[in-house]
Design a protein around this ligand. Structure first.
Ligand code: MG
Length: 293
């Protein structure tokens, strides 16, 4: 199932893709809840769904209900803006140098253990939002990355059980002020500021539930600028795989439902400029598109 946060003129709602149409899941849950649960309030953002126990099963039940009661036409929605699939995660964790060819192009070898850093929550934007290029920077690069969305609280998790904590996947564009990062690296300063400018973390358009992706370690991943391919790889080349990443991160800190882990970018990093159209695509997940201004 592909979920998305939506904003119409008058309201926010959760949508889901059904035969290439977006159906209003918030309204579907509302009708279901009034009949079966005697509840009137329905979640309007994906984040609110995270409290529901066994969410995939619950959503399956709602979809069956929608089909069974012929609600599809009632729930089809046309005019809306797509919001980020998670609007306010407690944190964004991002992996550095997690594809060998990318580590090499930046002058490093494969890391011995995962390198992770954070991006400011305020840098999050959604599909088709604008990436704002600060005019005092001299080089800004986009980075396509597979994003993991955490489904339940995770602390000291083993690699064997790590996948139980994954709710699904999205696309992250880890936009980076490369000139600033390079200078900061030289003097052993952190990466936080070069990774955290406002609008430097496009995510979306969908949250794709884990059950829908057969093997997250075998997905084509690509970044295009104005239609020209810049980065092209496959998630099978991730140095540290998803279970290793989750286990490693949770030895340091608790992951909360809705937290996002960007798993690192393939080789092919290069600068962008205002006016460029950036498309980050991952097989089975979608295309995240943003324009630079
Ligand atoms: Mg990155």
């Amino acid at each position: 199932m592909k979920l998305l946060n939506c904003q119409s003129d008058s309201e926010k709602f959760i949508g889901f893709l059904f035969e290439n149409k977006v159906l209003n899941l918030t309204k579907g849950i509302q009708i279901f809840s009034v009949i079966y649960e005697n509840k009137i309030k329905s979640p309007v953002l994906i984040e609110e769904l995270l409290e529901i126990e066994n969410l995939p099963l619950y959503l399956e039940k709602i979809v069956l209900f929608i089909k069974h009661h012929n609600l599809i036409n009632t729930l089809i929605t046309d005019t809306f803006k797509i919001l980020p699939p998670i609007i306010r995660p407690s944190k964004i964790i991002a992996l550095g140098r997690n594809y060998l060819e990318h580590a090499k192009e930046t002058g490093y070898s494969a890391p011995k253990e995962p390198i992770f850093f954070s991006k400011a929550i305020s840098s999050i934007i959604g599909h088709e939002d604008e990436i704002v290029y600060p005019n005092w920077l001299t080089r800004v690069d986009p980075e396509v990355e597979l994003g993991i969305v955490i489904g339940k609280k995770a602390k000291n998790v083993s690699e064997e059980t790590a996948m139980d904590y994954v709710l699904g996947y999205t696309i992250v564009n880890d936009v980076t002020a490369r000139d600033m990062q390079t200078e900061d690296l030289k003097i052993a300063n952190p990466w936080f500021r070069s990774k955290s400018f406002d609008t430097f973390c496009p995510i979306g358009p969908y949250l794709v539930l884990k059950e829908q992706i057969q093997d997250p370690h075998n997905l084509r991943i690509e970044l295009r600028v104005n239609g020209t391919i810049r980065q092209k790889d496959n998630t099978k080349n991730l140095i540290f795989k998803i279970p290793q990443i989750i286990s490693f991160v949770t030895q340091h800190m608790t992951l909360e439902p809705g937290d996002i882990i960007a798993t690192g970018t393939p080789s092919g990093i290069a600068p962008i400029k205002p006016g460029d159209v950036i498309e980050a695509e991952i097989e089975g997940i979608g295309i995240l598109k943003n324009i630079v201004v």
